[in-house]
Write a protein that binds this ligand. Structure first.
Ligand SMILES: C[S@@+](CC[C@H](N)C(=O)[O-])C[C@H]1O[C@@H](n2cnc3c(N)ncnc32)[C@H](O)[C@@H]1O
Length: 233
C-alpha cells in the first residue's frame, strides 16, 4: 500500500474532527477518553485483571495513547495503521510511550496471541464491508485466546451522527455499520460473548444527565456504540 486516504488528513486530523463534532459541545479528546474509560470499566467489571499488551487497530495519529496511560497504565500499547503519515505524526508525539507500526491491510505484523486487548475506534466504516470478517479474524489471531475486542463505531440510526458523517471531509467514503451487523461480523470472525452497547446520548450542555447513560446502553439512539467480545469464554 503506498499513499492511503488518511495520509492526506493526518496533519489536520484533529482540527477536522473538532469541527465535525462541534454540535456535541465536546472535544476530540472527550471522544477518545470515554472509549478507553469504557474499556477499563468493562475489564474491571469482568475481573479481567490489568492487560499487559493492547493493540490499537487503526490508531491514526495516536489520540488514544494518553488515555491508555491514564486508565490502563500497566499496558504496553501498539498503534497500528495503514497510513504511514498518521503513524509518523503519532510517533513524533507519543513514540516514547507507545509503539507505532505499519499495517499492510492484510496481515498484522505480530505473532498469534500477542495482545490481551484490541481496540478499533471508528476504523471499520473506512474499510470495505466485504473485508470486515477477515480483518476481525486477523485481530482475533493476534489476541490471546481469552483476549478482549472492543469495536467502537458511529451509530447510523442517530440522525446527528449521520449529519456529522455526511459533512465530514475525511468521511467522504465512509460506509456506516449498524450495531447488529457489526455484532454478526464479530461473531462470524469467531469471537464469543459478543455484546453491543450504545453510547453518547447527551451533548455537553446536558452533561448532568450523563450518569443515566449506563441505563440506556440498550437504546439504539446513542451517537456511537461499541461491540465488546472475547476470543473465548
Ligand atoms: C477516523 S480515523 C480513526 C483514528 C483513531 N482510531 C481515532 O479514534 O482517532 C480512521 C483510521 O483508520 C485507518 N484505516 C483505514 N483503513 C484501515 C485498515 N484497512 N486497517 C487499519 N486501519 C485503517 C485510517 O488510516 C485512519 O487512521
Amino acid at each position: 500500500m503506498d499513499e492511503v486516504e488518511f495520509d492526506k488528513f493526518a496533519d489536520e486530523y484533529r482540527d477536522l474532527h473538532a469541527a465535525n463534532i462541534r454540535l456535541s459541545g465536546e472535544s476530540p479528546e472527550y471522544f477518545a477518553e470515554y472509549k478507553i474509560a469504557d474499556i477499563a470499566a468493562e475489564l474491571a467489571r469482568a475481573n479481567a485483571g490489568a492487560p499487559s499488551r493492547i493493540l490499537d487497530f487503526g490508531a491514526g495519529v495516536g489520540y488514544s495513547v494518553p488515555f491508555f496511560a491514564r486508565h490502563l497504565p500497566s499496558a504496553r500499547v501498539t498503534c497500528l495503521d495503514v497510513s504511514r503519515k498518521s503513524l509518523d505524526i503519532g510517533a513524533a508525539k507519543h513514540g516514547s510511550v507507545a509503539e507505532f507500526r505499519h499495517f499492510d491491510g492484510a496481515r498484522i505484523p505480530f505473532p498469534d496471541a500477542t495482545f490481551d486487548v484490541a481496540l478499533a475506534s471508528c476504523v471499520f466504516h473506512h474499510i470495505p464491508h466485504e473485508e470486515h470478517v477477515a480483518l476481525l479474524a486477523e485481530i482475533r489471531r493476534v489476541l490471546t485466546p481469552r483476549g478482549w475486542l472492543f469495536v467502537f463505531e458511529h451509530n447510523p440510526l442517530n440522525p446527528l451522527t449521520r449529519h456529522a458523517v455526511n459533512t465530514c471531509e475525511f468521511d467522504e467514503h465512509a460506509e456506516l455499520i449498524g450495531a447488529s451487523t457489526m455484532r454478526r461480523r464479530v461473531r462470524a470472525a469467531g469471537f464469543a460473548a459478543v455484546e453491543a452497547n450504545y453510547r453518547i446520548f447527551f451533548p455537553h450542555a446536558l452533561r448532568g444527565l450523563r450518569p443515566l447513560e449506563s441505563q440506556l446502553k440498550w437504546l439504539p439512539l446513542g451517537a456511537q456504540y461499541y461491540v465488546a467480545a472475547r476470543g473465548a469464554i
